[in-house]
Design a binder for this molecule. Structure first.
Ligand SMILES: NC(=O)c1ccc[n+]([C@@H]2O[C@H](COP(=O)([O-])OP(=O)(O)OC[C@H]3O[C@@H](n4cnc5c(N)ncnc54)[C@H](O)[C@@H]3O)[C@@H](O)[C@H]2O)c1
Ligand SMILES: O=C(O)[C@H](O)COP(=O)(O)O
Length: 525
């Protein structure tokens, strides 16, 4: 039974779903990195929010880990390249808390417009300072969105309902989508110059880090109010403090900080500054949503192989997964066969599908071919890290889907180009279930690729099979199955034998020296 650790506070629905789906679960929150390192080796899955930092060190200690599930959106607390390199799938729940977070941004916008936190403090202190608090109306004001994705577009919708004018800077926002959203697509400089309120809704990346830098804050309209419910690091906090102190920025509300938990900040105590402790996603509704989603996604993956919302692997629905399973087994065997036969120096691989295979999602098939192929280089390769390994090695990967009717109802062909020229193998599924090799290097040869095998290319001459049988028999090697194909009578022949124990060392040399043998190689599946 797979085992998952929930390491951040999560709605109890998550644990309930894991158990209902046949996944064992432990909930242990608040561990230090060292403590987490000590226990992570027991788990197949790790369910987190933003507190747990899934660093390379944690991943290195996670010897059984297959999936990290983020109950939420931002995955900047997960080292995704390190997870990919280790073959660990990283998934998030990209929509579960979007409405809640958008509402928090709107709440902070209202709080800034009417200075609600300060007015509350003063009133509860018995001061009744009616003349001190003079707010601004939102109606007809311009809201500048930096980032117009899921959350940004919900904020835009709510702001339009408040009769605000919404302008958006997002390099990936198409003009059509901007029209659909009812916003004006603008440049960053235009947004900075025109917005009365600016709200940030981008991930933290190299292109967004410090997007509200000192220089950009200086370009904003005097009296602007700024809201950040996305990620700390999007705003230069020191520069924001100076802009608040000088009165250039009339107010700023931050839910997120460069350092979290933010126990100290230059901004604390600054007039016009409002803060919340990363509460964007903290509503009952959002927490139930993300807990359910993350547990369902992780359980689907661990139990059925379904992949949803993964950031480092193509999606594979729970319905597709069982259909694809035998294809992935075939694809991995074919990849492994060409990988073992080609060795180092591969430059390109092409994965072709035809017949029933052409109706399927090809990405997982290609991933499985690459996993089989890359096993030659690494024991820890799987479908997640194989594409990254392939890229690292500069392997050119091509996918081809044929509409044509072939000899088989379904076929996968894997061709590689390397130092030894091009090689191609093909396989089908018997009874839609059992993988079977059907062709090697243009020669028809049918074989089940399993266990220890011996591959031989030889001249098709009488007496060879007898000599080979005697050689193996004398060495105590039992032959399980024997598969033969030839290019033409008397020409090049290919033999694939399954053997009960591996043919290695001197015995392999003896086989290689048998008359007529051009090549012999031990294979393992
Ligand atoms: N405070 C919270 O508790 C909380 C809750 C949920 C999400 N978030 C954060 O909110 C952010 C946005 O989430 P989302 O679901 O809307 O993400 P999303 O991926 O749907 O949208 C992000 C948008 O940012 C845009 N973008 C990327 N680079 C940009 C750049 N250089 N300049 C301008 N725009 C750029 C993208 O094109 C995209 O449209 C994420 O960082 C997420 O982690 C915070
Ligand atoms: O990216 C997110 O989903 C938010 O930052 C929420 O983070 P949390 O789950 O720690 O509240």
């Amino acid at each position: 039974m797979p085992k998952v650790l929930i390491s951040d506070k999560m709605d109890p629905k998550a644990a309930q779903i894991f158990r209902e789906r046949g996944v064992e679960v432990d909930e242990i929150t608040g561990k230090t990195p060292e403590e987490l390192k000590a226990i992570i080796g027991q788990y197949d899955g790790l369910a987190i929010r933003s507190s747990t930092k899934v660093t390379k060190e944690i991943l290195d200690a996670a010897t059984n880990l297959k999936v990290v599930g983020r109950a939420g959106i931002g995955v900047d607390n997960v080292d995704i390249p390190a997870a990919s390199a280790k073959g660990v799938v990283v998934m998030n729940t990209p929509f579960g808390n979007s409405i809640t977070t958008a509402e928090h941004a709107v709440a902070l916008m209202f709080a800034l417009a009417r200075d609600i936190p300060e007015a509350d403090k003063s009133t509860q202190a018995g001061k009744w300072e009616k003349n001190r608090f003079m707010g601004v109306e939102l109606t007809n004001k311009t809201l500048g969105l930096i980032g117009a994705g899921n959350i940004g577009s919900i904020v835009a919708d709510r702001a339009l309902g408040l009769k605000m004018k919404v302008i958006a800077y997002d390099p990936f926002l198409t003009p059509e989508r901007a029209v659909e959203m009812g916003v004006e697509k603008v440049t960053l400089d235009d947004l900075l110059a025109r917005a009365d309120f600016i709200t940030l809704h981008t991930p933290l990346t190299d292109s967004t880090r410090n997007i509200l830098s000192r220089e950009n804050l200086a370009k904003t309209k005097k009296g602007v109010r700024v809201i950040n419910c996305a990620r700390g690091g999007l705003i230069d906090e020191e520069a924001l403090k100076d802009a608040l102190d000088s009165g250039h920025v009339a107010g700023a509300a931050l839910d997120v900080f460069v350092e979290e938990p933010a126990k100290v900040s230059p901004l604390f105590g600054t007039p016009g500054f409002i803060s919340t402790p990363h509460l964007g996603a903290s509503t009952n509704e959002a927490q139930v949503n993300v807990a359910i989603q993350v547990a369902e996604q992780m359980a689907d993956f661990l139990v059925n192989g379904g992949v949803t919302n993964a950031l480092n692997m193509p999606s594979l629905s729970a319905e597709e997964a069982p259909k694809l399973k035998p294809y992935m087994a075939l694809a991995e065997q074919l990849g492994s066969l060409v990988g073992q036969l080609s060795g180092e120096g591969l430059m390109a691989v092409s994965v072709e599908v035809e017949g029933a295979a052409a109706e399927l999602n090809q990405k997982p098939i290609t991933g499985a071919v690459l996993a089989g192929l890359m096993k030659v280089y690494s024991d820890t390769v799987n479908m997640v890290n194989a594409p990254f390994l392939a890229k690292e090695r500069g392997l050119d990967v091509r996918e081809v889907r044929h509409d044509r009717e072939g000899d088989y109802h379904t076929l996968i062909r894997v061709s590689v180009n390397g130092r030894n020229g091009e090689r191609s193998v093909a396989g089908t599924l018997f009874s839609n279930r059992t993988p079977r090799l059907v062709e090697m290097f243009g020669i028809k040869v049918e074989a089940d690729l399993e266990g220890d095998m011996l591959y031989i290319v030889n001249d098709d001459k009488p007496g060879f099979i007898g000599r080979l049988g005697s050689t193996l028999g004398e060495a105590g090697i039992n032959i399980g199955t024997f598969h033969l194909g030839r290019r033409s009578a008397g020409g090049e022949a290919v033999l694939l034998l399954s053997v009960d124990s591996p043919v290695q060392g001197d015995l392999l040399k003896t086989v290689c020296s048998l008359p007529g043998v051009r090549q012999a190689k031990a294979l393992r599946f």
